[in-house]
Design a protein around this ligand. Structure first.
Ligand code: HEC
Length: 98
């Protein structure tokens, strides 16, 4: 019986932990997932890693949706891990002026 309860709790955890993820993918990406600290790190990584192969791009040159695709192709080129990918993306979106 104890085991069953444990399984139920675990199942409930998985169900609830999956729910926010599925809504997150359907909503447009918005900055706000990173803390100020992470945004600052994103800025540093952006300014250092993203000018190695080309001119540093301007965040305003692309929409936040376009940046998702760009970051998907550029993060591996810049050898960013998933966290860094997220911080750089959030920094770029936060740096947009329009
Ligand atoms: C290893 C080299 C390399 C690194 C590092 C790199 N890029 Fe690029 N980037 C490229 C190349 C090559 C292209 C042009 C061809 C392409 O689109 O794949 C490009 C194109 C782009 C473009 C233009 C896309 C378009 O649709 O016009 C943007 C914006 C960009 N990179 C942003 C970034 C950002 C942001 C980073 C840092 C996370 C980064 N790049 C790091 C090689 C690199």
């Amino acid at each position: 019986m104890k085991k069953l309860i444990g399984t139920a709790i675990l199942a409930a955890f998985f169900i609830t932990s999956c729910t926010p993820k599925s809504t997150a993918t359907t909503t447009a990406p918005v900055a706000a997932t990173s803390t100020a600290d992470q945004l600052a790190q994103g800025k540093t990584i952006f300014e250092n890693a993203c000018k190695r192969c080309h001119k540093l791009p301007n965040p305003d040159d692309f929409t936040s949706v376009e940046w998702v695709g760009i970051m998907n192709s550029m993060a591996p080129k810049a050898k960013l891990n998933d966290e860094q990918h997220q911080w750089v993306y959030d920094y770029i979106v936060s740096a947009k002026t329009k």
